[in-house]
Design a protein around this ligand. Structure first.
Ligand code: GLN
Length: 303
């Protein structure tokens, strides 16, 4: 398969969708991003890469970071992580509070905000410096240093009432062990990691290589843990449209309100697409279509 030619065709086919939708405005630093940008990068497990658009532009990875924090927490805590976090799709928007009350502060899954905040709490308890450890974990995946966009982190902290409400609510049920401000500081920073599409495709290569990072041969997750992270991406990675993603794309995906979406094709390749303008569910509009076209034409699916 000539992936480079396929990516170029997909880029042309989604041209009229780039800029359609709206950039996330509830985080002011993201509202300033030019919506007319597009990039799509892939990395095969044999190391070959392809890409179109601005594949080296760093952008705010937002909720895609939840795959990294979950993987790090699984490394450090193993199965005990699941005492605090479920594995069911929520069927609700990523920042919804409604299920938390019925379910006594236990989040449905690690990829909605409540779940990722619970993961951040576990990391705070287990790491001397959770922010630094997340940075080192992602840098280690890439074999190059990564950084937090401090302006984005500060912007989200200043406008993070919904996440603060979520965290306080969980703490009132005894489901967070650490002070809300400390946990949210870690969560806002992980969301503010700035990486390019090319870097994201590399940093998530372990997801399609049975948990081993093909860049350096290091094991990130056990084979079983890796399957499970992929299962959660498929069922929960794109919030209340995870069913539609499975139906239309058929790959484990994780999106972020910065406009990025990662996808893994187990045993074949990792993908990252980015275009900042979002549809109503908080997923990139051009990015979603591009993944759908790519998966259909390349004939890749987990089903
Ligand atoms: N930092 C964002 C938030 O907490 C992440 C949401 C997302 O990317 N879906 O609202």
């Amino acid at each position: 398969m000539d992936e480079q030619a396929l990516l170029e065709r997909v880029h042309t086919q989604v041209a009229n969708l780039i800029g359609q939708g709206a950039v996330a405005s509830y985080i002011p630093a993201l509202a300033r991003v030019d919506p007319n940008q597009f990039a799509f990068a892939l990395r095969r497990i044999d190391g070959t890469e392809a890409g179109v658009g601005c594949v080296d532009n760093a952008f705010s990875i937002q909720s895609m970071s939840k795959v990294f924090s979950l993987s790090l927490a699984l490394q450090l805590l193993g199965e005990s992580l699941w005492e605090r976090i479920g594995r069911e799709p929520s069927g609700d928007p990523f920042n919804s509070l409604v299920q938390l009350e019925h379910e006594h502060g236990k989040p449905r899954n690690p990829f909605i905000n409540a779940g990722a905040i619970a993961v951040a709490d576990r990391l705070v308890s287990h790491c001397a410096d959770a922010k630094q450890q997340i940075l080192e974990f992602v840098s280690g995946l890439l074999d190059e240093p990564v950084h937090y966009d401090l302006e984005v982190a500060a912007s989200e902290a200043a406008h993070g009432s919904r996440n603060a409400a979520t965290a306080h609510f969980m703490r009132s049920f005894g489901k967070l062990d650490n002070p809300v401000e400390v946990v949210l500081d870690v969560y806002f920073h992980q969301c503010a990691l700035a990486l390019s599409c090319r870097q994201m495709a590399r940093a998530t290569a372990f997801l399609c290589d049975a948990g081993v990072n093909p860049l350096n041969g290091e094991r990130v997750l056990s084979e079983r843990q890796c399957r499970r992270v992929n299962a959660l991406m498929l069922t929960c990675g794109t919030y209340d449209v995870a069913g539609e993603f499975a139906f239309m794309i058929g790959l484990p995906c994780k999106s972020g309100v910065g406009g990025g979406i990662i996808a893994s094709v187990p045993k074949q390749m990792s993908l990252c697409v980015w275009s900042p303008a979002l549809g109503p569910s908080g997923n990139s509009m051009a990015g979603t279509k591009a993944l759908e076209l790519f998966a259909a034409e390349a004939g890749v699916s987990v089903f």
